[in-house]
Design a protein. Structure first.
Lengths: 216, 216
């Protein structure tokens, strides 16, 4: 059992939305417990009544913290930003903050929902082409946006929630064998970020529920 | 031409994401200009090179404000919240703020993207069943969430971004003939909100680009 004061993250090693939250925890240096919710095993453990009580949408992640349960990864990260010390995950300048949020929502509303497990199961046989289509479409627009906003990171020279969203989405793109050559800015940003400690420690290949054959 | 100091909203009368932004403008009492982007006419005016330069994702809304262009409706509304006076659209209490954001993202990432025009065009013949499926699935979870968070409005007794997201999603549900009987809390909140001036003035049936036969 987790200590009562430690947040408990319900997550799945390969879920890109779970990874977003793990990156935020790592960047802010917050200790937390993980409870694995295996989205495949037993027909999907997110279907259980116990998990449904935590997150009626039956998706990961969900976070139990400060006596409440929050679902939706960006809402979780924003709550950490609002209540926990550590490096800011949003710029102080309102215009740059708007750019960060625009990129986050571009990924979290415009790309990821169209290639998540539930949707692909519903698509069936065409699922790889479907996922590739929506990732490529989203990346074509994102590349143009990043050309205007990026410095060392997605928006200027400070790490933000935009970077937290970018890297797990690139990971999904690679899983679906999307060619990143047409997206040099996305590729460059991902290469800069992925080697950082917070992104490495939180990586899907290195979680308590990562199957042995996928660990690196 | 708009006065240089007035924000210009690129929108489409029936787009639920455009409506979200119009509600925020109305609640805050901010004057703005609208530029219509007809998503159907000429194969979709969002496909034009001119519009693509404003929003590479070729979706509405996009807002030109303070010398920058912001796409993604929640990023736009959050920028208005950060920079404009008027009633707060997010609660001051961090836990209630997290609940508002969770509901917003539930709708903006979990429901709307799966039933928007682009996706339904790709689905083809099965599009009505597809849209209904994802709206019902999202509403089943949302009803349970709202049972825990709602007071007079979606979260407690003050209007917030969650209400701004709810009403346009219910409008979409009605367009797709989703039966709202199983969702009494969603129905009750929508009925409370829809009669308010900010929701009426911004309603799809009352915009400069609303076709004459759809005006009420």
């Amino acid at each position: 059992m987790a200590a009562p004061d430690k947040p408990v993250l319900y997550s799945y090693f390969r879920s890109s939305c779970s990874w977003r939250v793990r990156i935020a925890f790592a960047l802010k240096g917050i200790e937390y417990e993980q409870e694995a919710v295996n989205l495949i095993k037993d027909g999907g453990q997110q279907q259980s009544e116990k998990y449904k009580a935590l997150n009626p949408m039956q998706q990961v992640p969900a976070l139990c913290i400060d006596g409440i349960t929050i679902s939706q990864s960006l809402a979780i990260i924003q709550y950490l930003e609002d209540t926990r010390p550590g490096p800011h995950l949003l710029p102080q300048d309102p215009k740059m903050r708007a750019q960060v949020r625009m990129i986050c929502d571009h990924i979290a509303s415009g790309i990821q929902p169209l290639q998540n497990l539930y949707v692909l199961q519903k698509i069936g046989a065409e699922k790889v082409e479907w996922a590739q289509h929506f990732i490529v479409r989203g990346f074509q627009a994102l590349e143009l946006i990043l050309l205007q906003t990026a410095g060392r990171y997605c928006v200027g020279d400070e790490i933000s929630m935009a970077d937290i969203c970018l890297v797990p989405q690139v990971y999904n793109a690679e899983r679906f064998k999307v060619d990143l050559t047409p997206f040099p800015t996305i590729k460059r940003l991902n290469e800069t970020l992925i080697v950082m400690e917070a992104f490495q420690a939180s990586h899907p290949s290195r979680q308590p529920d990562t199957p042995a054959d996928l660990q690196v």
